[in-house]
Write a protein that binds this ligand. Sequence first.
Ligand code: 4NP
Length: 150
Amino acid sequence: MKIKILMVCLGNICRSPLAEGILKSKLDPNKFQIDSCGTSNYHIGKKPDVRSIEIAKKYGIDITNQKAAQFKISDFDTYDFIYPMDDSNYNTILKLARNKKDTEKVKLILDEAYPNQKLDVPDPYYGGEQGFEDVYQMLDKACSAISIKL
Ligand code: 4NP
């Protein structure tokens, strides 16, 4: 059985697609299934934002085949680890949790690289290119920490 990991942001077009692509590049696909989704329904079915596609490409990662999906309750059953990108999405998911087992699967992604600091991966959607570079570097650190731990 593969270990299953879900990356979660709001739109599933900027941050979590990058997190999915970066972690996939660090882990064996025969042993791990990594997906992403958004807590909103804003962009269901869409490809990642071009700025996320471009920053991933700069570091040799192809995320063009991803399609946005919305978080659903059954994801608590499917996944072993659920990583929201920020406090807002963390709270949205925790409100949907049905029991302690669900809750225990959810952890802020930057907690893996910076434990107990409650840091957010900032939403880069309304900002410029530098925001996407910053997000990439944060997620690369977090995904390295996850890949060492698992
Ligand atoms: P993401 O960024 O949550 O990292 O995918 C966003 C994308 C779209 C919107 C907000 C955040 N939006 O409001 O449409």
